[in-house]
Design a protein around this ligand. Structure first.
Ligand SMILES: [Zn+2]
Length: 426
């Protein structure tokens, strides 16, 4: 049999060394040694071969717009929302599509092949939605793009917030979003969650809420989201994004809250790059980190995946489309430095995020979609440390991106001629 593609001798994230045989868009075999001819062979001995990176939280309608119409001077969430409120009416559909496609090129080059993006449904023109639906169609052969109807200015606080969210769902946006902490009152925030969960239940959709993205320890909308998830039987289909207020909550309250989130089957998506810069801006010193309680949620049995949230937009002035940067920051801020925790941070931006998004054909196994990344690193932890070159990115059986190794040539007397900064084996 002549295979389309054979990835030879790579190290899988679990430490196995294996060949991966690909035919069409599927993995047809994984074994220690596969004796077959292939149209193309990727030699991966000594390199890490991973399933693709997955970003469960992004804003593709705003990406690559940093500085438009001007930079965020205060660095706060609220100034970012205000700036975006201007930009979304100034930007044309064509401009948003062009920026999003440019970002998707970056993502493809980094092996980031599935993205869930929130789309602002606030403005009556819904140009944001039109643009992102066009992008979803344009990238579908190489990036799996899920869109969330996100009422940025509030489901009830914006004049046509609810009507426009429903219009976006009718246009083909497939996930229900919300922002309860931005509604006018706590009561309105809770009511928005009841409403949004009922809309999702009636339409058979998933829910992904910007939930309690604030330093206010009394912001407890996640409690209502858990109760509504249980009442409507939405377990496994609901994500609480950010959950930063949990950082500042009373420990006794959290001891009741975490089992409730686990019972409801809600997944959590903290966004460490963004929350480490946005949160705590009203503090003097000591200054809160503002990241939610990651290890504690995992210990309670809650699925937690790292999200990227923003790249070069009104909320974040940097960003690379590299989910290893996201995991690297999360690992530091959440102090996940034990070897098992570092390895888990890699799993969070691959397998865990894929499970949270419900990607059924995902993974390095026979029968799964042939999507994978070959990294210039030996292990998941070393990949996290180095954030290395993606030597090859394969999407649905096709090699869509390749990069050179990160070796440096040295000119040092008595030292090697080149250096590859890999960690000595433990
Ligand atoms: Zn967000």
């Amino acid at each position: 049999m002549m295979l389309d593609l054979l990835v030879r001798g790579g190290t899988l994230p679990d430490g196995r060394v294996a060949d991966i045989a690909i035919q069409g868009d599927r993995i047809v075999e994984i074994a220690p040694r596969i004796e077959a001819e292939a149209v193309r062979v990727i030699e991966a001995a000594g390199d890490l071969v991973s399933p693709p990176f997955v970003d469960p939280h992004f804003h593709l309608d705003a990406t690559l717009s940093y500085g438009l119409p001007r930079v965020n001077a205060s660095g706060t969430l609220l100034e970012g929302i205000s700036l975006w409120g201007e930009l979304r009416d100034l930007a044309t559909v064509e401009e948003m599509v062009a920026r999003a496609l440019a970002y998707c090129d970056w993502a493809a080059s980094m092996g980031l092949l599935a993205i869930r993006s929130h789309v602002d449904t606030t403005p009556d023109h819904l140009n944001t939605v039109a643009a992102m639906l066009e992008v979803r169609e344009k990238v579908k052969d190489y990036i799996d793009l899920q869109l969330v109807a996100f009422p940025q200015d509030g489901l009830y606080r914006a004049p046509n917030g609810r009507a426009n969210l429903l219009r976006a769902l009718d246009m083909g946006v497939g996930v229900v979003g919300g922002i309860p902490h931005f509604e006018r009152t706590m009561a309105a925030g809770a009511e928005s969650l009841r409403d949004l969960c009922e809309i999702a239940a009636a339409r058979g959709l998933c829910v992904d809420i910007h939930c309690d993205e604030t330093d206010d320890p009394m912001s407890r909308h996640i409690e209502t989201l858990a109760a509504e998830t249980l009442r409507l039987g939405l377990g496994g289909r609901v994500v609480g994004s950010h959950l930063t207020s949990m950082h500042s909550m009373d420990n006794y309250y959290v001891s009741k809250l975490l089992p409730l989130i686990a019972e409801a089957g809600i997944a959590a998506v903290p966004n460490p790059l963004i929350n480490i810069v946005l949160q705590g801006r009203h503090d003097s010193f000591p200054k809160r980190r503002g990241l939610t309680r990651v290890r504690e949620m995992q210990a309670a049995g809650i699925a937690v995946g790292w999200g990227q949230d923003c790249v070069l937009d009104p909320w974040y002035s940097l960003g690379t489309a590299d989910m290893l940067d996201v995991a690297f920051m999360g690992m530091h801020v959440a102090q996940m430095t034990h070897p098992e925790e570092m390895a888990r941070c890699f799993t969070m931006v691959t397998e865990t995020n894929a499970a949270i998004l419900g990607l059924g054909d995902y993974g390095l196994r026979k029968g799964a979609l042939a999507s994978l990344v070959v990294l210039d690193a030996a292990t998941p932890v070393d990949a996290l440390r180095l954030r290395p070159a993606r030597l090859a990115v394969v999407s649905k059986g096709r090699v869509i991106a390749e990069s050179a190794r990160g070796d440096a040539a040295l000119a040092l007397p008595g030292r090697p001629a080149s250096v590859r900064r890999r960690a000595p084996r433990l």
